[in-house]
Design a protein around this ligand. Sequence first.
Ligand SMILES: O=C(O)C1=C[C@@H](OP(=O)(O)O)[C@@H](O)[C@H](O)C1
Ligand SMILES: C=C(OP(=O)(O)O)C(=O)O
Length: 425
Amino acid sequence: MEQLALKPISKVSGSVTLPGSKSLSNRILLLAALAEGTTEVHNLLDSDDIRHMLDALEHMGVNVTLNQDKTVATVKGCAGALKTPLKPLFLGNAGTAYRPLTAVLAATQGEFELVGEPRMEERPVGHLVDAMRALGADIEYLKNPDYPPLRINGKSLNGGEVEIDGSISSQFLTALLMASPLFSGDTRIQIKGELVSKPYIDITIGVMAHFGVEVNNDNYQSFSVKGGQTYQSPKRIMVEGDASSASYFIAAAAIAGGEVEINGVGKQSVQGDIGFANVMEQVGAKIDWYDEKLVVRKGELKGVDIDANAIPDAAMTLATVALFADGPTAIRNIYNWRVKETDRLAAMATELRKVGAQVVEGHDFIEITPPTKINLTDIDTYNDHRIAMCFSMVAVGGHEVLINDPGCTAKTFPTYFDVLASISV
Ligand SMILES: O=C(O)C1=C[C@@H](OP(=O)(O)O)[C@@H](O)[C@H](O)C1
Ligand SMILES: C=C(OP(=O)(O)O)C(=O)O
């Protein structure tokens, strides 16, 4: 297996331009494909998760052309008329492709098989399938109940009143919302349990609005969408930089200093993970906020105790920032770390202990006490892009670290280690 030896970094300084947001890219591609009209998507992310969505759309007859560096896509909308693909749609481990496609295809005439990487078969999808079945969808589990792969016999659905469990993943509600305008009648969705990762629902509602569909959100408890609508292309749409990817550069500047300008997200960001910048201000980073960029400098780093339910992805970065804080850090209300690329609570606890931290791993929290001495060790990355990127903070803190399988960053940020090198001194 490939291993990357990251040498100690004494300072980070300069400017980075973030790749496009994963969450926005895959939502926009799917709605552009379903829409009436042609959409030019700018600053699209070029990564594995997006490629899986693009391949799936292509296999269903959608015409997409990409520019040379694959950051501008021209999508000819099919006005809801996706074709039955000749083979199963392989969606890797991309939740933002798998979940929305499950709901949308269940409401589209045709037969579809949705498959993925082995880990995708361990990531639950039952809450979404339950809701879709309650609306009359014909979805079959091909291996284990509640988990991918799925066979979908798509057909016209009427909509109506439906409940969905929101306690494990917001992606199920996102998927149901995106499919709702395709139902013939109106839909009213009631949330069961406490909805997690709420800011991602704002992203969904915002993208749907760009495509001409309004969602009524009653305090994240119930949602309503009118039926019988076709998405309308906005003609041109710009993807903002990825706020989760920004977290690594915010953290790096806060730990190592120098000054880093991060282009692509700022005060105007629609992504909840921008909240990581506020958390880092609490930790001690010095941040200047502009509409679409941040400038970050080092500060004295304090341990904090936060509820990170709203920023589950960026919060992982805090777990490695914690290695350099002056006291313990607690990250709470993150049970669903366990059902993402790997069991992230267990994996982060194991790898942080290898570096020398004292760690308490709870059912839905992690507490990290910084080590007195950082050990030289190799970091297992569990095919989880974020673990690979998070542990680069060890080098940023001035200690060599060996990252196993660094190529796993291809899920959302294939050029991450090059971009980090470009600002490292
Ligand atoms: O809707 C989205 O774009 C996402 C929602 C979050 O998942 P959960 O809602 O499962 O927490 C997040 O972790 C994921 O990376 C992207
Ligand atoms: C949880 C993640 O991915 P997914 O979109 O596959 O859920 C992630 O990117 O951290």
